[in-house]
Design a protein around this ligand. Structure first.
Ligand code: HEM
Length: 155
């Protein structure tokens, strides 16, 4: 079992945990905003752990970037690369995901600093929703027109 296969496995699994965290955070934030709830400790923990999950995925993604034969091929044959899996993973995927994770980080930090519960819910709802849309576009779903990978990766 190579480092590369372990990283791909982790990267594929964490995708689902992060998507669940984002969906749950957004749902809870919208409900909290419209129901006038107080931003509780559990809301705060959800905000925090979802952002942490995205940072973990970022670290695995960066390490994967240094190990992936696709990316290595891109950098040795960049001139001949067209929009294939190779250029998708070497340029588009990482850039979009980095943007999404930056939005999650900024949204989480801003929400933490707000004092009013409604403002906190609103900030999480807006930043996490935009990040989720970008992530959904950049994931190589089996039906994506950009690049395709399985829903679940086993060793
Ligand atoms: C929200 C963040 C991210 C999500 C949800 C995500 C999701 C995924 C998924 C589902 C795959 C396919 C895994 C498989 O083959 O089963 C993948 C592949 C890959 N990701 Fe990410 N990714 C994220 C961030 C990043 C970042 C920041 C980088 C690095 C800059 C990165 C680099 C890669 C590379 C290099 C591959 C393909 C490797 C290969 O096939 O050789 N990812 N990603």
């Amino acid at each position: 079992m190579s480092l590369y296969s372990i990283l791909i496995f982790l990267h594929s699994i964490i995708r689902w945990l992060l998507l669940l965290g984002l969906l749950w955070s957004i749902f809870v934030a919208i409900r909290g905003y419209f129901s006038g709830l107080a931003f509780s400790k559990s809301h705060n923990a959800l905000r925090h752990w979802t952002a942490t999950m995205s940072h973990f995925q970022l670290m695995v993604g960066f390490t994967l970037y240094t190990q992936s034969p696709l990316v290595q091929y891109f950098f040795t044959n960049a001139k001949s690369a067209t929009l294939t899996d190779i250029s998708f993973f070497s340029i588009i995927h990482g850039s979009l995901m980095l943007t999404a994770i930056a939005l999650i980080t900024i949204g989480s930090a801003l929400a933490k600093r707000k004092t009013d519960s409604r403002d906190k819910f609103k900030t999480v709802a807006i930043f996490y929703s935009i990040a989720l849309i970008i992530i959904l576009i950049a994931i190589p779903w089996p039906f994506s027109p950009l690049a395709q990978r399985p829903y679940i990766r086993l060793f």
